[in-house]
Design a protein around this ligand. Structure first.
Ligand code: SAH
Length: 337
């Protein structure tokens, strides 16, 4: 008996997010610094204005974890744009009942959904940090006699010959040994958002890690107690992630007629939104020890050898001319509506 990798990963992560405390195993940007969520609150405010101040507006977060990003974002929104705060209908997409419980304590006014298609239509702003990397992937391996696909058996990974229909033309020249990854779930979400952008006004921001262009290689990884671990052992005991293929996401959004902004490295994106100004202002208001902690967190989020380069931001919109944080980026001209 074996299970296709994406089905194995879906089952393992559903168990993991429901039974374990993910935040003991890894630390995400909103948990590193309150400034991260505050900047995204400011980003959402500017986007709301660029969309023409729709009311009501659905503020959606996919995979909100402990709700920290949204709490920090809404605090900023309340301070800088109370009219936007009043217009917000809050929708959270979360599959883990345990994490929903934590989110409910911090964001009691939200509506929860299993998936994006349950969120009512209408103008929207969506935020998602480290959500796409948790979605299941399929892996294809180029062998001497053609492509095979990764499955998982009780004693580890195996390969089965793959259906030729699943192998695109663009992989034709890959060398023997090449590994290709696709995330049908991530592509489906981007397609749905692209479609919503065309029928309603809206913008979606994803921050995650992976290369800017589609590339070859096995990026499946497991983290257990903060350390790399065997991804195939004891499903549900460890966090499984894969690099996000920003190139494939951008293509899927454009194919729906939406405009794509970025991707840009997280360090540049956050700096453009005012990371350093906000961190310094916050640090000045705090005792020296806490000020030093804030500035260390800022470096962690932004420095290229930490989270500044591997992490990237990409946005999909209903034809916004420019999008905060992406303005000077040459690759941000989508062919949207
Ligand atoms: N955004 C948060 C949490 C990241 S962890 C942060 O930055 O701290 C990934 C989150 O996505 C968790 O909340 C997890 O339960 C949720 N998640 C994972 N797979 C999901 C899926 N298929 N549908 C909805 N939520 C999912």
């Amino acid at each position: 008996m074996s299970e296709r990798l994406d089905r194995f990963m879906a089952r393992a992560n559903a168990a993991y997010y429901d039974q374990r405390n993910p935040f003991a195993d890894f630390t995400t940007s909103p948990e590193i610094s309150q400034v991260f969520g505050e900047l995204l609150g400011a980003w959402a405010t500017i986007c709301w204005q660029m969309l023409g101040c729709p009311r009501p507006v659905r503020l959606i977060e996919a995979g909100p974890g402990r709700g920290t990003l949204m709490v920090d974002a809404l605090r900023t929104v309340q301070r800088v744009a109370p009219r936007f705060r009043e217009a917000i209908e809050l929708h959270l997409i979360e599959t883990s009942p345990r994490l929903r419980g934590i989110q409910r304590q911090r964001l009691p006014d939200a509506c929860w959904h299993e998936s994006l298609d349950e969120v009512p239509p209408g103008p929207f702003i969506l935020l998602a940090n480290e959500f796409l990397d948790a979605l299941p992937i399929r892996q294809f391996i180029r062998g001497p006699r053609g492509w095979s696909e990764r499955y998982v058996a009780s004693d580890g990974p195996i390969e089965h010959s793959s259906d030729a229909r699943d192998v695109p033309e663009s992989w034709r020249d890959d060398p023997v040994g090449a590994v290709r990854e696709v995330s049908p779930a991530a592509i489906e979400i981007i397609r749905m958002l692209g479609g919503r952008c065309v029928t309603h006004r809206g913008v979606a921001l994803f921050i995650d890690y992976g290369p800017a262009e589609s590339s070859v290689g096995d990026s499946l990884q497991a983290i257990l107690d903060g350390e790399p671990a065997d991804p195939y052992a004891q499903p549900g005991s460890r966090d499984l992630t894969a690099h996000v293929d920003f190139g494939a996401l951008a293509d899927a959004a454009r194919a729906e007629g939406a405009t794509v902004h970025g991707p840009v490295p997280q360090g540049i994106f956050l700096a453009r939104l005012g990371l350093f100004q906000r961190s310094h202002a916050l640090a000045r208001s705090l005792p020296p020890e806490q000020a030093a902690t804030i500035m260390a967190a800022t470096r962690r989020l932004s420095e290229p050898d930490q989270m500044g380069r591997l992490f990237k931001a990409i946005a999909v919109s209903s034809g916004l001319q420019s999008c905060p944080g992406f303005e000077d980026d040459a690759s941000s001209q989508g062919n949207g509506t």
